[in-house]
Design a protein around this ligand. Structure first.
Ligand SMILES: [Zn+2]
Length: 308
């Protein structure tokens, strides 16, 4: 954090000598996304007029990203910041935003784009926000990117957002947004056809990263390795989970690659389930370099495991 602080001082000094609200210094709309999936989507919508990059990599757990000094440099020159929101990035993004010396992407500015505004969240806790039990999803499930239909809504939303930030290309952004949304809906249908034989299949997963995907494609989630989002399993919670898996005949344990695979492997071994390790963000594995490839990768991995 000390290094981050030093860099932020340099950036703020630099900012004070620059013209305020200087936009498009490079000639392109500079977009920074916290996550690689939204970076991929934003590049489709931004086309030739935008330069997009992601802070987190697809192999990282997005709840816990180690901030790098280079993030401050990226944020400092950004015209737009795309974030997942719903407190997904609360553990690492706020200090970076405070220190980046860029008024264009602060909360409330047009360049601060919380993408959760475009989707309907699931698993929103009833009766108010409560992090006291350690649940890291106090505003509902923030992993909405794994439903291609959500990505369609976001693509259309970004078409409008980019048009406001860069009005001279508004028509192109809107057109790209519509085209990308159509492609995402096509992808959604392609996956639905692939996974049709697995409708109603009981599955267990580690964290609730795939819940939007499971809901979209009709899987029946019977349990989680984590007793609550972000809470480590205990011997008792694992015993209860294994019992439920046997009762519900759950033969697939699907986990993100960055989780504790030793525990996941043990649960699968105890219950006779097949462990399916998947990338859960774009770029999280070889063969998942783009968002459509990620979704196909996940669907294929589940399909293959179900065939034994
Ligand atoms: Zn989560």
């Amino acid at each position: 954090m000390k290094r981050l602080f030093l860099i932020s001082v340099v950036l703020m000094t630099a900012a004070s000598t620059m013209a305020p609200l200087q936009i498009f210094a490079s000639g392109k709309l500079q977009v920074v996304s916290t996550l690689p999936d939204f970076a991929w989507l934003a590049q489709q919508v931004g086309g030739d007029f935008a330069q997009v990059q992601s802070l987190a990599r697809g192999s990282q757990d997005p709840h816990f990203v180690d901030p790098k000094p280079s993030y401050l440099v990226d944020l400092h020159r950004a015209d737009a910041l795309l974030l997942d929101g719903m407190q997904l990035e609360i553990g690492w993004l706020p200090p970076l935003l405070q220190q980046c010396g860029n008024p264009r992407i602060q909360p409330g500015s047009p360049g601060y784009v919380d993408l959760s505004q475009f989707i309907t969240p699931i698993e929103v806790p009833v009766g108010g926000v409560d992090r006291s039990m350690g649940d890291i999803h106090p505003m509902g499930n923030p992993h909405y990117h794994l439903d291609p239909y959500n990505m369609a809504l976001i693509a259309e939303g970004l078409g409008g957002v980019f048009g406001k930030l860069d009005p001279s290309h508004a028509a192109q952004y809107a057109e790209n947004g519509r085209k990308t949304a159509a492609a995402m809906r096509d992808l959604g249908e392609e996956i639905a056809k692939m996974l049709a034989p697995l409708k109603g299949e009981p599955v267990v997963t580690y964290h609730s990263t795939l819940d939007y995907f499971f809901l979209r494609y009709g899987f029946h989630v019977v349990g989680f390795v984590e007793p609550k989002a972000g809470i480590k399993p205990s011997p008792v919670s694992l015993m209860e989970l294994e019992q439920r898996m046997k009762e519900k005949n759950a033969k697939l344990l699907i986990t993100e690659a960055y989780q504790d695979l030793k525990t996941a492997r043990r649960v699968a071994g105890d219950t006779g389930a097949t462990l399916v390790v998947i990338p859960s963000y774009t770029g999280g594995a070889k063969g998942a370099e783009t968002y459509p490839d990620l979704i196909r990768f996940i669907a294929n991995a589940i399909l293959e495991a179900s065939r034994g």
